[in-house]
Design a protein around this ligand. Sequence first.
Ligand SMILES: Nc1ncnc2c1ncn2[C@@H]1O[C@H](COP(=O)(O)OP(=O)(O)OP(=O)(O)O)[C@@H](O)[C@H]1O
Length: 269
Amino acid sequence: MPTDPPPTDPSAPGFVAIERAGYRYEAGGPAVVDGVDWAIPRGEIHCLLGRSGCGKTTLLKLAAGLLLPSEGAIRIAGEALRGPSPRAGFVFQAPTLLDWLSALDNVLLPVSLKRRPTAAERAAARDLLARVGLADLAERRPRELSGGQRSRVAVARALIGAPDLLLLDEPFAALDALTREELQDDLLRLCALHGTTALFVTHDIGEAVYLGDRVAVMAGGRLTQARRIALPRPRPPALRYTPVFAAACRALREAMDGEAGPASRRPAA
Ligand SMILES: Nc1ncnc2c1ncn2[C@@H]1O[C@H](COP(=O)(O)OP(=O)(O)OP(=O)(O)O)[C@@H](O)[C@H]1O
């Protein structure tokens, strides 16, 4: 897994372009995100890896337009974000489903908050539920679903608006290992099918390597590593148990262990 070469043109735009972005929760307070440069080309999945409290969720919220940067800019398709991006779908760690709605109506929620869903949108929601293996459970309430099934509903809900960009904040962290693997495979399949660009936050090196075209490591609010994952696509589930996959995880882990600290301000892509 080679280290990325320094970019020849740091201004080359990604579909998502994070430019010298900084964020402070309080004016004069510490920079929780500090001078981050990152470009995500259209259709790629980038993973953000780092210890608890290093600023991953804050950076994801900046990419979503849920927070606006104190310094720098975030652009989606060349346009600076000035508020929540209508082009983005979100999946949070807790599935945050409404318990009085069926799985189907939870998937439709982003639409029904604005207007009555059309028959085509209801069909699209059923199709998404089928694609995450819940065709027969569309009428169930969230309390009648397992944790993994609720996470699947949350993924389907994030995709109902056919977003160009999917932002995921440790969405599978609470699931058992086998269910997590199934959901990772669902996600890869759905992103490939729709050409969706994704930014995926995780603590898990194996998850980052399996999902990512590129993995960035964050520490102390800065990106300290950015590595392209030279594994083939599509990624077959058995890839996780191959020596080449183990080697990619080990190389990333060693790079994290070896880093002197959040010194690099080099653009991550
Ligand atoms: N609303 C807030 N007001 C003030 N400080 C905050 C707020 N939200 C987060 N922080 C602080 O910003 C820093 C980064 O938080 P953030 O949630 O981005 O980290 P993280 O890497 O996502 O952590 P975790 O992996 O535990 O979710 C932490 O020190 C946190 O205490």
